[in-house]
Design a protein around this ligand. Structure first.
Ligand code: PNW
Length: 483
């Protein structure tokens, strides 16, 4: 239903940027082509297909390694201003180290960027979306401090070779998810279930690595290239389970979001105080001689603080939080003292973790803005899974309701959201969920060797939003919303 007149509150700011997002392992395929080295996701999917729900892998995925020109034409037909994609480190550096550059791998990205620019689309590059060379994992991956040097060496090659045509970079996709799921869990590669300690060490190294890359860009490339380097975090929307328990929201926010954001975006820098305190308490109560959470020297605190040109936020869903009562001398529940849960009234998607809670999006954008002095924000991922082929009205309704909340945060609360990317342009390899959960604006037939792409309803809807720069364009009536 078109109302015939535009509602101002549903209009996007003049310079607002629209995009879509993807990642290398999830779409490229060509896993061992043209001299590419092996990544931990290649290895993981080959050796642990039992841990991937449909026993699939990303060997071919959407075959974007060969079909990138078709992908760019799809992006052009949507009308996006930018395309966020990630680079496969071992495709560029097969040994992991910068002594051997794989020209063909580099050319793939150079050609993709050329194609994007020729079609009026700004490349938005993620340096690292979870697929590092296997050699570094053999030496401990993100639990080894040397990862900081290794990834900085790789980033320098990227800036040198691709930086002249790229205005937007983000470094490391979703640090907390890497640290908690890959080093304190078995669902994501390398699936090393090493406990809290590894999780905190992992984040420590990622924060240092990010800062190193940021300052390296500053001293070696910024003057010439004049781009921006952002720090990317994923955060949940939060609501108190019991309305009076606002403390639960504040504390959980610090453990979920502040863990990554406070060291970079707060005035004081360093980890959130409450986090340091509670983890130290629990460590002591476990009889340990020091906290499980490593400490930054003052030098590192200063070096990390402010090391980002913008805050990149991935957001999908929300949780209810409640304070877990604690007696003196007892440990904080889960180190944090807060329990998170799902409100049974929240609508489902095709992913069990992803419940549909539009106002959580506004909540988290406002909380982040408040907490860190209204930094420029890019939404680098937002989207929903549903497996309804091309009649994906429920995706339209998810995106519309979430974008509406984002607009309210911009227009009513002055949050500086500069751009927004839908996850994802194509249905793709959804990590441990294989191909069973589809997030695309475009349907991909994974049983067809040609990986045929077919636009969904949501793609046409998004195209219309970008064209009109207004959300008041398409209200699916409740009866057409089918999950
Ligand atoms: C993202 N959360 O991870 C990843 O960046 C993508 O690669 C992935 O395909 C997408 O989610 C969909 O699963 C997330 O805390 C990490 O709610 C954390 C959350 C959500 C998604």
């Amino acid at each position: 239903v078109t109302h015939g007149f535009a509602d101002d509150t549903l209009s996007f700011p003049k310079d607002f940027l629209f995009g879509t997002a993807s990642s290398s392992y999830q779409i490229e395929g060509g896993w061992n082509e043209d001299g590419k080295g092996e990544s931990i996701w290649d290895q993981w999917a080959h050796e642990h297909s039992d841990l991937i729900i449909d026993h699939s892998n990303g060997d071919v995925a959407c075959n974007s390694y060969h079909k990138y020109k078709e992908d760019v034409q799809l992006l052009k037909s949507i009308g996006v201003n930018f395309y966020r994609f990630s680079l496969s480190w071992p495709r560029i550096l097969p040994t992991g180290y910068p002594n051997v550059i794989n020209q063909k791998g580099l050319d793939y990205y150079k050609n993709l960027i050329k194609e994007l620019l020729a079609n009026g689309i700004e490349p938005f590059v993620t340096l690292y979306h979870w697929d590092h060379p296997v050699i570094f994992e053999s030496m401990g991956g993100w639990t080894n401090e040397l990862m900081i040097e290794w990834i900085t060496d790789y980033a320098r090659i990227v800036f040198k070779e691709l930086g002249p045509s790229v205005k937007y970079f983000v470094t490391i996709n979703e640090p907390s998810d890497i640290c908690s799921e890959a080093y304190f869990g078995t669902t994501k590669a390398p699936g090393k279930n090493l406990g809290y300690s590894a999780q905190y060490i992992c984040m420590h190294n990622i924060l240092k690595a990010h800062a190193r890359i940021y300052h390296m860009y500053d001293t070696e490339f910024r003057k010439e290239q004049n781009g921006q380097v952002g720090f990317l975090i994923s955060c949940l929307g939060l609501f108190p389970k019991n309305s009076s328990d606002t403390e639960a929201v504040n504390v959980f926010f610090q453990f979920n979001c502040g863990w990554m954001a406070n060291p970079i975006f707060s005035n004081a820098g360093d980890y959130p105080t409450i986090m340091k305190e509670r983890i130290a308490d629990n460590s002591k109560l476990s009889g340990l001689p020091r906290s499980l959470m490593p400490t930054f020297t003052q030098k590192w605190v200063q070096y990390i603080k402010g090391a980002a040109d913008f805050l990149a936020l991935n957001h999908y869903t929300s949780r209810l939080v409640e304070t877990v009562p604690r007696q003196d001398g007892q440990k904080w529940y889960d180190n944090c003292g807060i329990k998170a849960s799902i409100d049974p009234s929240w609508p489902n998607s095709s992913s069990d973790w992803l419940k549909i809670v539009p106002d959580g999006f506004r909540m988290i954008i406002e909380k982040i803005s408040n907490e860190y002095g209204y930094p420029p924000i890019f939404i680098t991922e937002n989207g929903v899974s549903n497996n309804c082929h091309t009649s994906d009205y429920s995706r339209v309704s998810y995106l519309q309701s979430y974008m509406k909340e984002m607009l309210t945060a911009i227009n009513e609360s002055g949050c500086k959201v500069k751009g927004y990317a839908v996850w994802s342009v194509l249905d793709n390899f959804e990590w441990d969920r294989g191909y069973t959960e589809q997030f695309g604006l475009v349907y991909v037939n994974f049983t067809d060797p040609n990986r045929t792409r077919t636009p969904k309803q949501s793609m046409n809807w998004y195209k219309h939003v970008i064209e009109t720069r207004n959300l008041d364009v398409y209200e699916p009536s409740i009866s057409t919303v089918i999950v």
